[in-house]
Design a protein around this ligand. Structure first.
Ligand code: F3S
Length: 63
């Protein structure tokens, strides 16, 4: 599983790093970024929760 943040859509609400800080962080540009290439299986639920919590649907998670 991999996570991607669409920086054109992210409004920097900082929800995703709050929900799943192991996978998402805020970048130097103030927008979210996925910091893991492959999401470890024990973090998948948390990463999906972060995606579902994004108010603007800026996060994609792919198998
Ligand atoms: Fe941006 Fe959505 Fe995260 S707005 S900071 S990608 S929860």
């Amino acid at each position: 599983m991999k996570a991607f943040v669409n920086k054109d859509t992210c409004i920097a609400c900082e929800t995703c790093p709050a929900v799943c800080p192991e996978v998402f962080s805020m970048d130097d540009d103030g927008l979210a970024v996925a910091i893991t290439d492959d999401i470890p299986s024990d973090l998948e639920d948390s990463a999906v929760e972060a995606r579902d919590s994004c108010p603007v649907d800026a996060i994609d998670i792919k198998e």
